[in-house]
Design a binder for this molecule. Sequence first.
Ligand code: FE2
Ligand code: FE2
Ligand code: FE2
Length: 281
Amino acid sequence: MDEGKITELLNKDLEDEHGAIIQYLTHAYAMGEGEMACEIEAIAREEMRHLDWLAETIVELGGVPSLERGTMRMGGEPVADWMKNNVMLEEGAISQYKEHIAPIDDPKIKRLLQRILSDEESHHGDFVHFIDKAQREKAKDLRGSRADKVVQTLNWGVAHEYTVILQYIFHSYMTTNEEAKKEFGDQAINEMQHLGWLAEKIVNISSRPRIEHTEVDHSTETADMLRADIKIEQEVAAAYDRAARETEDPDLKKLLLRIRDHEIYHTEIFNDLLKKEERKD
Ligand SMILES: [Fe+2]
Ligand SMILES: [Fe+2]
Ligand SMILES: [Fe+2]
C-alpha cells in the first residue's frame, strides 16, 4: 500500500478520534463532578493520545493531518443512552482499526494501530459497564437552558479555546522548529484546561457548553504560524479582560482573569519564538 493511501486511512482514523474526544468530553462536562465523569474524561484523554500518534505518523509519511471531525453520536436521554452511544462509537472504531490494520504492511504503523485498537477494546468494556452504572446511579444530565449574556461570553470562550487547541496542535505537527513544536504542544494543553474550566462553569450555572470551533490557521511556515498565534492571543486576552470587567460574579471574574493572564503569557512565549525565527532568515 502506498504512503498516500495509508495517509488517507490514518486521516479517517484521526477524524474519528477527534469526534470521540468531543463526544466524550460533552458527556463528562454534562455529568458534573463524579467518578464516572472523571473516568470518561480519562478515556477522552486516551483518545487525544491516539490523535497525536496518528497525526505524527501522517506527518512522517509526508501528509497533512486532517482537522475535520468525524461523525458523533450525540442525542439520547438519559445518561445510560449516552453510554450506549459510546459503546456504538467504540464498536465502529474497533472494526475500522481492524480493517485498516489488515492491508498495511509497514510494521511500525501496523503496531501503532494495534496498540490503539487494544485501547478501544478496553474503552468498549468500560462503556458497557457505564450503561449499567448510569442506570443504577440514575446519572443525570446537569445542563440547564439558561441563555443570557454570561452564557454567551463563556461559550465564546469555549469556541475560542477549541479553535486554538486545534490550531496549536496543527502547528506543532507542521513546524520543523523543535523549540516551537514543544511550546505549541504545551500551550495546546493549557488551552484544553481553559476549555474544561469554561465548560464546567457553563454547566454549573445551568447551561450547555457548545463545543464548536471557528476558523483554524493552516500556516505551514513557522514564522507565519507564530504571527497568526500572536494575533489571536492578543485579541482574546483583551476580550477576556473586557468580560472580566463586565461580570458581577466574583468567581467568574477570577476565572476570566486567570485565563487572561495565561493568554498574555502565551503571547510573550510566541513573541520570543518569532523574534528568534526572524533572526534565522
Ligand atoms: Fe476509544
Ligand atoms: Fe486559552
Ligand atoms: Fe492562549
